[in-house]
Design a protein around this ligand. Sequence first.
Ligand code: PLP
Length: 410
Amino acid sequence: PAELARGDPEVAGALGDELDRVRGRLQLIASENLASPAVLAALGSVLSNKYAEGYPGGRYHGGCEVADRVERLAVRRALELFGADHANVQPYSGAAANMAAYVALLRPGDTVLAMELSHGGHLTHGSKGNFSGRWFDVVSYGVRRDTETIDYDEVRELALRHRPDMIICGAAAYPRLIDFEVFRGIADEVGAWLLADVAHEIGLMAGGAVPSPVPHADVVTFTTHKSLRGPRGGGILCTREVAARVDRAVFPFVQGGPLMNVIAAKAVAFGEALRPEFRTYAAQVVANAKALTEALAEEELRPVTGGTDTHMALVDVRDLGATGVSAETACAQAGIVLNRNAIPYDPEPPRVNSGVRLGTSCVTTQGMGVPEMKEIASLVAQAVREPGAITSVAERVTRLTAGHPAYPRG
Ligand code: PLP
């Protein structure tokens, strides 16, 4: 905006460059999306100034009438979208939502059963470098070697042996549906809470493209900036039984004043997700991911688990003589933005990896469909396979993004 250019040309220049970067390259980071101008406008609104510790109707600051109205709107829309008993829209991020879920349900030292990081889990699911691994006794389950899908027999055996206080299902790099009902059964068998962390898939759930964990899990955590296409942030859905504990865990235990501008932007995003167009969008994201995965397989990029049910393709790059990091670097040179990722039982160390993860949330927002997915697979494969062809791949990337621009001018 003109005010920023006048007030701080240096930052304005950087933001302009970021817009050019987004427009000019292929955005395939599976955890990203392109929020609407309405969402971005709410983020940059006067509500950024407002302190509103507490919850609507029970704040610790004056002047919260509008903040209350906005937060109630966000909660009401989240409940309409997901059908849960209770929603908390204050978490600053997915990690903060997870921390609040641990606080609500557990005490330090309790046992948690969650997915192994190198098999697709998240840092907050028990990594030693994270609060979860430091303060809780975490037992990890993984995927089977043959199918690369969750080994539900192993989950049950580990649950019976370790008697966890909480089981976490949900992942950061797992392209298949998770059977929440089976997890519920295992949790009930051992008397554990069930936390579903659907940070990645929540938008697909909102759009009815994949099943929801809401009827099965005690607590569901999510992010608003990935497939849901909202502002950067988190959220929690839960049963009536644990609602008060979840609210107290978010504030005052984990967080201070809520980011009211972000909550306004979450309300906008929930409103957008309630529209019929979002159902079409979510279905197309999944159709595109399937088409992309199939086309990548034809290019000798082996899909982990053999395919995808979500917005994500996770592929093994070794048949092209690459590593995750070399593939990521080659793609970056051609203007294709994706990230290296561990594949199950990866022989390479974490900073190298044998796979890359690609998501279709952004390119679908840009209006791309199945034909473009085939082109993207060909671009990725050529960039990885032929270092000498980077310039011609980059030209094709420019043509593709120009035909389906992010944030079209005007
Ligand atoms: N949980 C899962 C499964 C995730 O994939 C992520 C982020 O990638 C998070 C939690 C954390 O979200 P945030 O980065 O907003 O803290």
